[in-house]
Design a protein around this ligand. Structure first.
Ligand code: 2HG
Ligand code: ZN
Length: 389
């Protein structure tokens, strides 16, 4: 019987959607939290633990989890491992794979594999099974427990909004801040999309009139203020082009503008989603041409572009075309490949992007993936139809 592992059901590439009589394996009941190992700054949790429950569990110890994302109240650790989730702080801590020290998973054979659940930081004894299962989208094993690395909670957190004339200017700012150890996030937003978010949230954005391009920069650490002051002085922007939020509630208020982008798109209708990475040099040309590429195949469509600029990761949301009309997204992904990017940055391949895997990775890599799949799941019962074409 085909099995479809499912966590918080927050995936965006249909990787946890059952088809053809497949049975959903709902993992949310595996939500046990083991004691935090403060000396090692690690914790073991069940796969069904939500990101928010994990964050709340470790916070009293002055520790945080390195991955954060908007769906924190429902996304589960197991799903985040299976999809190698990225989120808001990849520039500082890396994506999910960088946080996973070990895991327990049930393979397609029924065999239970425990890979470094003890959390040894150094263990050079052969293949990295935890790293392999991370990002395998439920096709090699069903994750049941995870040993995670934790990070010290930064003492202070500052969120800065910068209004800029263009995406090229935003990429210049990125070059100025990338080396700062306080850097936690650099997120891109644009005026037309912010206007939609303003309508959705029914309040005005802090910078008026809306600048063509806005960067949200989060700096955190023992004292992030000098880095912030240096950046603001170097950029020499007029006062109405910057806004600063200090501390948690105010910072979360700033983040709301960025996190509400998917909701604002969904309020317009069915959203076609692309989650792509571009090399730094391709970011401005891509943003400059993506709307025209969509318009050519779907006249009148609304295109939102926003994302994690520091990772080269942009989210393109297209509203207007019918559910089964793949042409606008195909145009976006062609453009991405033309710029040397990736058709999936952090959401995975799922069912939605399967047709693109060969183009992205090439025959030899996909053949090696198939060989791994048949070794660990010889009967093909784990999430068939996901990831591999
Ligand atoms: C985000 O960064 C998420 O907001 C979702 O990855 C992006 O819905 C999307 O396209
Ligand atoms: Zn994202």
């Amino acid at each position: 019987v085909a099995l479809v592992p499912q966590g918080g059901n927050t995936g965006l590439v249909a990787g946890a959607v059952p088809h053809d009589g497949a049975v959903v394996v709902d993992l949310r009941a595996l939500d046990h939290l083991e004691a935090v190992d403060v000396a090692a700054a690690q914790v073991t949790v069940g796969a069904g633990t939500t990101l928010e429950a994990l964050q709340e569990h470790v916070a009293p110890h002055g520790l945080s989890f390195g991955v954060d994302l908007g769906a924190r109240d429902s996304a589960t650790v197991g799903g985040m491992v299976a999809t190698n989730a990225g989120g808001l702080h990849v520039v500082r801590y890396g994506s999910m794979r960088s946080q996973v020290l070990g895991l327990e998973a049930v393979l397609g054979t029924g065999e239970v594999v425990a890979a470094n659940l003890g959390g040894l930081v150094k263990d050079n004894t052969g293949y990295d099974l935890a790293g392999l299962i991370c990002g395998s989208e439920g096709t090699l094993g069903i994750v049941t427990r995870v040993r995670l690395r934790l990070v010290p909670t930064p003492e202070e957190r500052l969120v800065l909004l910068l209004g800029l004339p263009s995406v090229a200017d935003a990429v210049d700012v990125l070059a100025r801040v990338r080396a700062r150890p306080t850097l936690h996030s650099v997120e891109l937003m644009r005026a037309p999309d912010l206007a939609l978010v303003e309508a959705h949230l029914d309040r005005p954005f802090p910078l008026q009139p809306l600048p063509p391009c806005v960067l949200l920069v989060e700096l955190a650490g023992a004292d992030p203020s000098p880095d912030l002051e240096r950046l603001v002085t170097e950029l020499g922007l007029p006062d109405e082009r910057t806004a600063v939020a200090e501390g948690d509630p105010a910072a979360a208020g700033m983040w709301r503008w960025r996190e509400a982008h998917p909701e604002a798109a969904a309020a317009l209708g069915l959203v076609h989603k692309a989650d792509v990475t571009l090399p730094a040099g391709g970011l401005a040309p891509f943003v400059g041409s993506v709307e025209a590429a969509v318009e050519a195949s779907a006249p009148g469509a609304t295109t939102l572009v926003y994302g994690h600029l520091a990772d080269g990761n942009l989210h393109v949301n297209v509203v207007g075309p019918d559910a089964d009309d793949d042409r606008p997204l195909d145009a976006v992904l062609e453009l991405v490949l033309g710029h040397g990017g990736s058709v999936s940055a952090e959401h995975g391949i799922g069912r939605a992007k399967r047709a693109w895997l060969l183009r992205q990775r090439g025959e030899a890599a996909v053949a090696a993936m198939r060989d791994l799949k048949s070794a660990l799941d010889p009967d093909g019962v784990l999430n068939p139809g996901v990831l591999l074409p």
